[in-house]
Design a protein around this ligand. Structure first.
Ligand code: 13P
Length: 335
């Protein structure tokens, strides 16, 4: 009977788990370059570069094609505009990413709006028509997706945690149905002057509601990547040491994140490159973690490159060098 039997093709789940591992294991991390057209245009203008579709493309091309980027970086999160663009050599951006050894991902939420009657707490939107969009992204090469829920320590409560957890869970289940690894991102903002305990409380609230909702939605935890914030005081308050940040973050994650989650990739949240890398390094040094930890930073990786570039062709190499230095610093913290 065994004669002639062939090895079964990998199930969707084993494919998802393999992609999640590729994204987060081995000391590589994720470059978040998925700013919306509005945010990216603002950042370009702030850096002295007139914003346009071409300028946004040129900037993302500079990032993606930095020589050797695939050594510290496993994946890049793209915005819809970039995902549909071509590099100056004519290659579709997702195809070029694959060729460069970097998995292309796509931000699929459409941003936040206030939850009615909730004192300013936010809900992330974008579920309508998401299945069809994911099918199209998958066909064009997306390996993973991202959805970001946003919590402010002053307005988050049980209701907003549950509402955002439910949205993240529906998004994650849909991604898995389309063979795409969902990055689930419950971000507790670090703007403000709150203390570490406030961040800790809100992060725990958000994580507990998220994992309840993921369970109820039947999401396979082996095929997701969690993207949380570090637990820190607000940027306007006295800073905590990297050791204290790592201890608080590890404790909250241990209490809420099952060991089945294959990898955790942190956002930088407005912290400097050095601080975000110090937090990651201190967390990585804690023994007995069930999940690998790495980075999925945006600003902490790219701000220096953007400010170096100035939209000038002759500064592309210098800007790429700044990007690579920051990515290598983050990867070293994850190793
Ligand atoms: P920052 O690291 O700049 O916070 O961005 C990461 C990200 O993707 C937020 O959604």
């Amino acid at each position: 009977m065994l004669l002639g039997m062939t090895t079964a093709p990998p199930t969707d789940l084993s494919t998802l788990a393999a992609i999640a591992a590729q994204m987060t294991h081995g000391g590589r991390g994720i470059l978040a370059a998925d700013e919306s057209i509005k945010t990216m245009s603002l950042r370009l203008e702030e850096a002295g570069v007139p914003a346009s579709e071409t300028a946004r493309r040129d900037y993302r091309e500079l990032l993606l094609t930095a020589p050797g980027l695939s050594e510290p970086v496993s994946g890049i999160i793209l915005a819809d505009e970039t995902f549909g663009q071509q590099l100056s050599d004519g290659r579709a951006v997702p195809d070029a990413a694959h060729e460069l050894g970097i998995l292309p991902g796509i931000k699929v939420d459409t941003g936040t709006s206030p939850l009615p009657g909730q004192g300013g707490a936010l809900i992330t939107e974008g579920l309508d028509g998401l299945g069809a969009r994911l099918a199209s992204y998958a066909e064009r090469g997306a390996a993973f997706a991202k959805w970001r829920a946003v919590f402010d320590v002053n307005t988050a409560d049980e209701y907003s945690a549950q509402a955002n957890g439910a949205a993240l869970a529906r998004y994650a289940a849909l991604c898995q149905e389309h063979g795409i690894v969902p990055i689930v991102e419950p971000e507790v903002l670090c703007t403000g002057d709150h203390d570490l305990a406030a961040s800790d409380k809100t992060t725990r609230l958000a994580l507990a509601a998220l994992f309840d909702a993921l369970g109820a939605a039947g999401v396979d935890l082996a095929g997701i990547v969690l993207k949380p914030n570090f637990i820190t005081p607000g940027l306007g308050a006295a800073p905590a040491s990297a050791a204290d940040v790592a201890a608080a973050t590890f404790s909250a994650l241990s209490d809420n994140v099952p060991a089945a989650v294959p990898g955790i990739a942190f956002l930088s949240g407005g912290h400097t490159t050095d601080d975000a890398c110090a937090f990651l390094g201190a967390l990585n040094a804690i023994e007995g973690r069930p999940w690998p930890v790495t980075f999925s930073f945006g600003r902490a990786l790219v701000s220096d490159a953007l400010n170096t570039w100035h939209g000038e062709t002759q500064k592309v190499t210098a800007a790429q060098d700044r990007l690579l230095a920051n990515c290598n610093q983050a990867a070293a913290a994850a190793r």
